[in-house]
Design a protein around this ligand. Structure first.
Ligand code: NOJ
Length: 736
């Protein structure tokens, strides 16, 4: 359809038809099952008429399912405008990739783009039109369960990945290949107080603009078609009813013309926040804030009519919202073909294909971060290996966002190890449950899947000890339960579950070399485990090809190259701990004050256990001959920073060379370091490569005292190294 046809369509629509376009319901509302229908329907108090005419559907998957729903809908609805199908395709559709925090550790934007393209294709042939991804919320607090969905703590790195995700999903918007991206959660959802899910966010506009907003903006610059609001408050006003945030910043300042969707029930929650007296006021606030779609409540369906009838300005806003929805439907070609890419046959060929699995395996191996290695890794197939711990045999390797997870298609560690080792060299014993059964009942609620709760604790421990005794080396597959992270997965403690701590101590007492393979949806507190293990590898929730990707690294087929994109705290007491902190007036080092009166803890270090950018390799890299081409920079010009990196070890490996800059004096306080660039290089043993970065005035801009985005003349320090703690810098002056 052309633009005029869309406008004509809008003109023909009744007010009710328009309003229903703004409503999104879950697929359950269209189920034949009476119990499913009456339960949620009653809860929402939504009419049959609204259900029959909504504009979009949430989380229905599968070519057959979406086709059937669309067909039925078009037969029954009044306006006969095709439905949009949206879903959470977070780290893959059926081929599950590592969780986004793991993808963040690859420092490989091209690879992440390729993974997103695979997810998009699998989703597209299954009838999905929009993915609720990427989540680009900046995160500094690992207590928050949703850090697993973020690519980490850094503004620059998150922005780079935001672009990769959007480009991967959307590509050229080809039918059967691409889906529209919905960037979320706008804004600053990643900073809830105390790391507690859905809790208050309160930060200065400066902090938000400088660190939190750029990644959303990067996703929009890359062309993301949709934005999702966040549940939290922004300067005292919930994001979903926040006119300043959505109208002034998102639409006017940034020029976003696409669809803004509320998060799940977030419009209704304006009442719970205490900013709306009733549903009518909630609807008004949300529409005034230009929220186009009401996800999973009846607030718009039941209240917008009375609002627009008495207020022509609100009626205009309604029209604008409908137009945005129709435009996306039109862009996706739904008016010509309401089934778009949904194709059962193609789905069979594409989903979980050999190529997709191959890519997933590669992403896994690049996402693993080697935290410690005292020469135990890589293992050899001639060694007798005891694979112990709850993740030895577990197929739950995909994190909490893999709805269509097929556990039988997931490669477990046991399976992957058995492909490498002769049978007599592999001894497997889980040894304990992932978490204490009491915790399961108390905390995970109805969603907890069938893990064996009937478990012979003592018997399993005995088997694990026996296996360890017979082995040359123990690999302990440990970590948090996958439902301990994700939405609703906040934790007050970041340690391993107690049952696992007990198992580790018992095995350690045997004195065998121990390798820890740690699964998690967040940075864990590993200070107690660090001395117990000879080698430690953090593996996130790696997804469908998890076992293979981990085995590739453990047995040395792939040399690990992952680098943390979020600091691992020494203790939960340090949180939030991130590399780009301020110096304070009393820094721990170089302060004129006695140590007592410097900014520090009396009972623990200031530094995290493993900093941002950190990750070891089976080889070593040395840096030398670091220099800058100039000592002065003027706008329009550039300085080249170069360094020579040598693979000083015995095997080939990949290093991520990182560029950081510090602005020494500003009109506002500036961080001690900020990531400004990185390059991943592959080096053969003894090979040396010269790595160069260009530094321009644009890279030095920030929100100054007046909140204008610009650079300031003065002195800067450049650092190049293998993680954020690189100390040696060279200065230059910016002259404007
Ligand atoms: C709530 C989550 O916050 C959001 O990220 C997700 O996309 C929606 N639910 C839809 O499932």
């Amino acid at each position: 359809m052309d633009k005029q046809a869309i406008t004509n369509l809008l003109k023909k629509m009744s007010t009710k038809e328009k309003i229903y376009q703004l409503v999104q319901l879950a697929g359950g509302f269209y189920s034949e099952d009476e119990a499913v229908v009456t339960g949620p329907k009653e809860k929402l108090g939504i009419s049959d008429e609204a259900i029959a005419n909504v504009g979009s559907i949430l989380n229905v998957r599968g070519a057959e399912e979406t086709r059937a729903l669309q067909k039925n809908y078009l037969a029954k609805s009044d306006a006969k405008i095709p439905l949009l199908f949206m879903a959470d395709i977070i780290n893959g559709y059926d081929t599950i990739f590592p969780i986004p925090l793991g993808q963040g550790a690859t420092w490989n934007p091209e690879l992440i783009k390729a993974a997103a393209a695979v997810a998009a294709e699998e989703a597209a042939v299954s009838g999905i039109h929009v993915t609720f991804s990427p989540m680009v919320d900046l995160v500094r607090d690992p207590r928050w369960g949703r850090v697993m969905e973020s690519t980490g703590e850094d503004t620059y790195l998150n922005s780079v990945y935001a672009q990769s995700f959007v480009e991967g999903y959307q590509g050229e918007m080809i039918v059967g290949k691409n889906v529209a991206a919905c960037v979320k959660h706008f804004a600053a959802y990643g900073a809830p107080e105390g790391g507690r899910e859905y809790n208050t966010v309160d930060m200065s506009e400066r902090n938000m603009r400088e660190y939190y907003l750029p990644a959303y903006q990067a996703a929009l610059k890359a062309g993301a078609k949709m934005v999702m609001t966040s549940f939290n408050t922004v300067d005292g006003i919930p994001a979903t009813g926040n006119k300043w945030l959505n109208q002034d910043v998102l639409r006017k300042e940034w020029g976003f013309e696409g669809i803004l969707i509320s998060d799940y029930a977030a419009i209704k929650e304006l009442e719970d926040h205490g900013i709306a007296e009733d549903a009518e006021q909630a609807a008004k606030l949300a529409l005034e804030a230009s929220v186009d779609i009401d996800m999973m409540t009846s607030v718009y369906a039941k209240n917008l009519e009375k609002i627009v009838v008495k207020d022509s300005e609100m009626a205009k806003l309604l029209d604008q919202s409908v137009l945005r929805i129709l435009e996306l439907k039109n862009e996706l070609g739904l008016f010509e073909n309401p089934y778009r890419g949904a194709d059962t046959e193609k789905a069979k060929a594409v989903i979980l294909s050999k190529d997709n699995r191959k890519l997933a395996r590669k992403v896994v191996s690049e996402s693993l971060v080697l935290l410690k290695n005292q020469e135990v890794l890589p293992l050899k197939s001639t060694q007798k290996i005891a694979l112990i711990g709850p993740y030895a045999t577990s197929p739950f390797l995909s994190g909490s966002w893999s709805f269509s997870l097929k556990t039988e298609r997931t490669v477990t560690l046991e399976q992957a190890f058995s492909e490498v080792l002769p049978a007599e060299n592999l001894l497997v014993a889980p040894g304990c449950l992932t978490v204490e059964p009491e915790l399961i009942e108390a905390s995970f609620g109805q969603y907890f899947p069938a893990e064996k709760t009937l478990f012979d604790e003592e018997g399993e421990l005995v088997k694990a000890l026996e296996a360890a005794r017979k082995s040359d080396v123990v690999v302990m597959a440990i970590g948090e339960h996958y439902l301990q992270s994700g939405e609703g997965g906040s934790r007050g403690e970041l340690t391993l579950p107690r049952v696992q701590q007990k198992l580790i101590s018992a095995i350690k007492a045997l004195g065998k070399p121990m390798v820890g393979v740690v699964f998690s949806g967040r940075p864990l507190e590993l200070k107690a485990e660090l001395p117990l293990f000879d080698s430690l590898l953090t593996v996130w929730f790696p997804g469908t090809e998890g076992g293979h990707g981990i085995a590739d690294v453990v047995f040395g087929k792939v040399n690990p190259s992952g680098k943390l994109s979020m600091s691992f705290p020494y203790s939960v007491g340090q949180v939030p701990v991130h590399y780009n902190e301020f110096n304070t007036g009393r820094p721990l080092t170089e302060s004129g004050h006695s140590k007592r009166f410097t900014s520090r803890y009396t009972d623990m270090p200031n530094k995290p256990l493993f900093p941002f950018g950190f990750g070891l390799s089976y080889t070593t890299f040395s840096y030398c001959d670091f220099k800058l081409s100039e000592t002065q920079l003027v706008p329009g010009d550039k300085i080249t920073a170069t360094v020579e990196v040598t693979n000083s070890g015995k095997i080939a490996g990949t290093e991520t060379v990182q560029l950081y800059i510090r602005d020494l004096v500003g009109s506002i306080v500036r961080p001690v370091k900020e990531l400004k660039g990185f390059q991943k290089i592959f080096l053969q043993p003894k090979e040396t490569r010269k790595v160069s970065f260009e530094i321009t005035e644009e890279m030095l801009r920030f929100y100054t005292r007046e909140l204008t985005y610009q650079s300031e003349s003065g002195e800067f320090t450049v650092f190049i190294g293998s993680n954020s703690e690189v100390a040696k810098g060279i200065n230059f002056i910016l002259c404007k």
